[in-house]
Design a protein around this ligand. Sequence first.
Ligand SMILES: Cc1cc2nc3c(=O)[nH]c(=O)nc-3n(C[C@H](O)[C@H](O)[C@H](O)COP(=O)(O)OP(=O)(O)OC[C@H]3O[C@@H](n4cnc5c(N)ncnc54)[C@H](O)[C@@H]3O)c2cc1C
Length: 182
Amino acid sequence: MPLLHCLAVDVVIDGNSLSGIVTESKSGRQAILAKRVIDATGDAEIAFRAGAPCRKTPKDEVMGVTVNFSCAGVDRQRFLDYVRQSRPTYGDWGKSWQMETTGKEDHLFSTYLEEPFNRARSEGLIPEHLTGIGGTWGTLTEAGEATNLNMVYMTGYDCTDVWDLTRAEIEGRRQPCWPSKP
Ligand SMILES: Cc1cc2nc3c(=O)[nH]c(=O)nc-3n(C[C@H](O)[C@H](O)[C@H](O)COP(=O)(O)OP(=O)(O)OC[C@H]3O[C@@H](n4cnc5c(N)ncnc54)[C@H](O)[C@@H]3O)c2cc1C
């Protein structure tokens, strides 16, 4: 049975082999022993804690991070009219982001938005230095809620450092709320 809402915080080493993990949760600190441990943490966290050789890309070279968000109050018809008229494609991504494709997807429709943010930047609605604003939207409900906006891209954060994660979380929530000019 899966065990949710707990964090692996240490490893159990038996001689030369990994024989389990130590977890922290609302139930306290516990050990889970296993014949095999599969590390699916995304950051090789178990492998690292077990002392396996690991490599980390320097902070100024790692991929940027995103805080996805949603927003309400979108004029649905106006937004969809804009999307129909601008016909964004996967090819548009390559205009500002470092991206390589084989080219066969370039003409396909993508929920990509960039031009309105460039315009907002040139009109002073968002500051010049926020160049990482732009990206994709998920769904648009009948009530005008745009969800899963993957539109804040920030570089220079190490996601294995809890202080960097904290700073990125705060900054990523701040950027979409930038106040308009009075
Ligand atoms: C905003 C965003 C958009 C993306 N868009 C795309 C895209 O369009 N196409 C694409 O291919 N990829 C995309 N990616 C990348 C993709 O999501 C990741 O490459 C993929 O999710 C990695 O999968 P994973 O299973 O290795 O790790 P993850 O999906 O990161 O899963 C790791 C899990 O382990 C848990 N975990 C970590 N440490 C511990 C621990 N110590 N104890 C317990 N649990 C732990 C985490 O909570 C998480 O649930 C995107 C990523 C982001 C953030």
